[in-house]
Ligand binder design. Structure first.
Ligand code: NAG
Ligand code: NAG
Ligand code: NAG
Length: 722
């Protein structure tokens, strides 16, 4: 009955209801009935790029009797402003399938209160793109492999062939182009010499890990190995050099190549040479015409307005090329109740020299209240996909997918309150910008909830929390937090590209480092629980599980599964009131299991720390692993370590004699610190090691000493939306 009434109202939809949708579509289209029922009482409008007209009133979904849907999104927004009955009543703009190219940001403000933009149920999900499209058929053969087309607008660092990201002509070439590649991916070239060597900073890399006092002149270029950079390149200044440091990689624009020196037009942020081993002295040359030599590469000639590409054979017959050009598609500002539902967003551009700046973002929320982004698909994004700033509140981002994101998929600024990021799938972040990239970076001041997301495929962290002004210890009540990070699955991060990060990486601001750091205001108040974090890899060091950097304090890390990591399970670099409780750890790496305070955080001075590491199960399968490593220290307060189960799974029993902190044996450790008095060394009996099932068997000794079995199989298999 109800359904029939609805069908009378929107007859056309009932025809479409039967149409089959691709099973692979992610996120799946929401329940159509639900959408219509939900919008029953709304002011409804329609936009149809193929059949619409901005002079129509937009009140019906298909053209009839001289009326019909709007044609463009901006036309629709203008039209709705004129004809909506009230901004207090919700209006829904149904977006019919088609490609909506947005060439400048559409601003939604107070006039657009309570407006929902919804992909029309039953249709294919509409595409909202910031690209210039060039039809594949417009390309002409340039030589045997290379095709060329002229372009209208500017070049971009983000160009796609169909859904695949093209790579700027690089040296060395990728081993094999997939269209989902990280720009930071090897193989690499190696820097031969630094411009300025000193005793404390030289190419030999005294100290290996880090050398101080590198001359600023090393920000301006370097000396390369003969032949690596070619003097015959006609226009070397079209190129970039991607230089790797420890936890960042950045691009220098080539100014000149003289002799064996390459000089940059402007200085890098960090000098070459600071981190010899973690950088590996790696670099990649990008965007040189003469290096356009393999499938998947492009070169864009800004002066002559020509785009050269090497497509897979025949691809241009059925694929188009998209040049990302619009930086921001929507800005939602000073308004309330905006919703984006069931739309597909692609092809935003970035800006030169953005470094750590999260802007531009494809969707920006400036001082927005009560907004939601639901069941949308974001992909092929140049920089950030969604950025909330200027105290945006009550925002919900749920059930979306994010693929191939240039920098960060979701970023929020520190004034954010009441944010929910739930059940999204992220695959491929930090594809282009490597200033400590991650899929999610939340900053905020109240109730920031990140749960049930699936995050994978980043060259650095899975998600970042903080890097902001932190709080006093009593900022929240006992048992409450600012950040709730729960039931997320974070996997395949690091990818052997950068160093020093965590699947979940929590940090304060720099005021919480250095000798003056005081942890009275370094409390982040985060609970990190029931997450599965696994399969990480660093280039040289530090693909940790959960990582609290500097003196970040008031972290509770509990009941997570942490396994197959290329680094420590948990690191509390320094800080106070940090707890790791009841985590299930399967440690395969040669390095330490638990990271503690070190003079690095205090820049030479050891800060005070208190941490509690209790009721954890530490199953160690690597004979070289230790609980601790020499750089980690404490001189004031010994950590509280107790109620744990340790187990060493190999035959070689030497480890147990020096596994414990400061290379102590089990007995020495216990008797000298009174730690681990209730802990045991025994097989914890994980349910199924090969199946990576870290529940505890009934007979497990861990259960006997009060450790709870944690079942996170569903977190691992069902997180995300895809
Ligand atoms: C390149 O930089 C080095 C070191 O700063 C400087 O000595 C040299 O003159 C520069 N070369 C050019 C061609 O600018
Ligand atoms: C925040 O809002 C102010 C005006 O209230 C504006 O000047 C500023 O640019 C905004 N911040 C950002 C990051 O845009
Ligand atoms: C046992 O492991 C240690 C490392 O913990 C190693 O140095 C030693 O050679 C190993 N012994 C045997 C017999 O394999």
């Amino acid at each position: 009955m109800w359904k029939n009434a609805l069908c009378l109202l929107v007859t056309f939809i009932c025809f479409l209801r039967g149409s089959t949708l691709s099973q692979k579509l992610c996120p799946p289209r929401p329940d159509e009935d639900l959408i219509f029922r939900a919008t029953f009482a709304h002011d409804r409008f329609y936009v149809d790029v193929e059949h619409g007209n901005d002079n129509w009133n937009g009140r019906i979904s298909f053209p009839a009797d001289g009326e019909g849907p709007f044609k463009t999104l901006s036309g629709a927004i203008d039209g709705i402003r004129k004809s909506r009955t009230s901004v207090r009543k919700r209006a829904t703009l149904f977006v019919r399938s088609g490609n909506y190219f947005v060439s400048k940001p559409i601003v939604l403000d107070a006039r657009d209160k309570y407006l929902s933009l919804v992909g029309y149920p039953g249709d294919e999900r509409p595409l909202l793109s910031g690209a210039h499209k060039i039809s594949g058929k417009n390309f002409e053969p340039f030589n045997q492999n290379v095709f060329v087309a002229s372009i209208n607008g500017k070049c971009s660092n983000h160009i796609f062939l169909g859904r695949k990201r093209l790579v700027r002509a690089r040296k060395p070439n990728l081993r094999r182009w997939t269209g989902q590649d990280m720009t930071g991916q090897g193989p690499y070239l190696k820097i031969k010499h630094m411009f300025h060597n000193s005793f404390g900073c030289n190419r030999k890399g005294s100290g290996g890990f880090r050398q101080e006092e590198c001359h600023w002149g090393n920000k301006n270029g370097f000396e390369f190995k003969k032949g690596d950079i070619d003097h015959k390149w006609s226009n070397p200044e079209t190129g970039n050099i991607l230089v790797f440091h420890a936890w960042t990689a950045e691009r220098g624009n080539i100014k000149s190549v003289v002799g064996n020196h390459v000089n940059f037009t402007s200085s890098l942020r960090s000098p070459i040479g600071n981190h010899p081993k973690p950088s590996g002295w790696r670099y990649i040359i990008e965007h040189i015409f003469e290096e356009l030599d393999t499938t998947g590469e492009y070169f864009c000639d800004e002066k002559r307005k020509l785009l050269f590409i090497i497509p897979p054979s025949e691809a241009l017959k059925h694929e188009d090329v998209f040049i990302s050009s619009t930086r921001t598609l929507f800005i939602v500002q000073n308004t309330k109740g905006i919703e984006f539902v069931d739309l597909e967003f692609r092809h935003s551009n970035d800006r030169a020299k953005v470094k750590y700046n999260p802007r531009p973002a494809l969707l920006e929320f400036n001082k927005a209240d009560v907004a939601s982004i639901y069941h949308c698909a974001f992909s092929n994004v140049g920089h950030t996909a969604i950025f909330l700033y200027n105290s945006s509140t009550n925002v919900k981002i749920a059930g979306n997918s994010f693929y191939n994101i240039g920098y960060i998929a979701i970023s929020t600024s520190s004034g954010t309150r009441n944010l929910l990021i739930r059940r999204n799938t992220f695959e491929g972040c930090g594809v282009w910008n490597m200033f400590q990239p991650s899929c999610i970076h939340v900053r905020g001041m109240k109730k920031i909830i990140v749960k049930e997301n699936r995050i994978s495929y980043t060259p650095y962290a899975g998600m970042r929390i903080g890097s902001q002004q932190t709080f006093k210890q009593d900022y929240v009540r006992e048992g409450e937090y600012v950040f709730y990070i729960e039931k997320n699955d974070v996997r395949n991060y690091g990818l052997g590209i950068l160093n020093d990060f965590g699947g979940i990486y929590l940090s304060p601001n720099v005021a919480c480092s250095g000798p003056e750091a005081t942890s009275t205001f370094c409390h982040l108040h985060a609970r990190v629980a029931f997450n599965t974090i696994h399969h990480s890899s660093a280039y040289y060091y530090g693909a940790h599980g959960i990582y609290g950097d500097l003196a970040v304090s008031s972290l509770t890390v509990e009941k997570n599964w942490l396994y197959n990591l290329d680094g420590a399970a948990v690191v509390f670099l320094c800080g106070k009131r940090n707890f790791a409780l009841n985590n299930m750890i399967y440690h395969i790496d040669k390095s330490r299991v638990l990271g503690t305070c070190s003079v690095i955080a205090g820049r030479g001075v050891l800060l005070k720390q208190d941490l509690t590491f209790k009721k954890n199960v530490i199953f160690v399968s690597n004979v070289y692993a230790r609980m601790w490593r020499p750089l980690d220290e404490w001189i004031y307060d010994v950590p509280q370590v107790d109620g744990n189960v340790y187990y060493f799974s190999h035959e070689n029993s030497s480890q147990v004699f020096d596994f414990f902190p400061k290379y102590k044996s089990w007995n020495e450790w216990k008797s000298s610190t009174f730690n681990d008095l209730r802990s045991v060394i025994d097989n914890p009996q994980y349910w199924n090691l090969a199946g990576k099932d870290y529940r505890l068997k009934r007979t497990s000794v861990a259960r006997q000493i009060g450790i709870q079995s944690v079942d996170l199989r569903k977190v691992r298999s069902r997180s995300g939306i895809c």
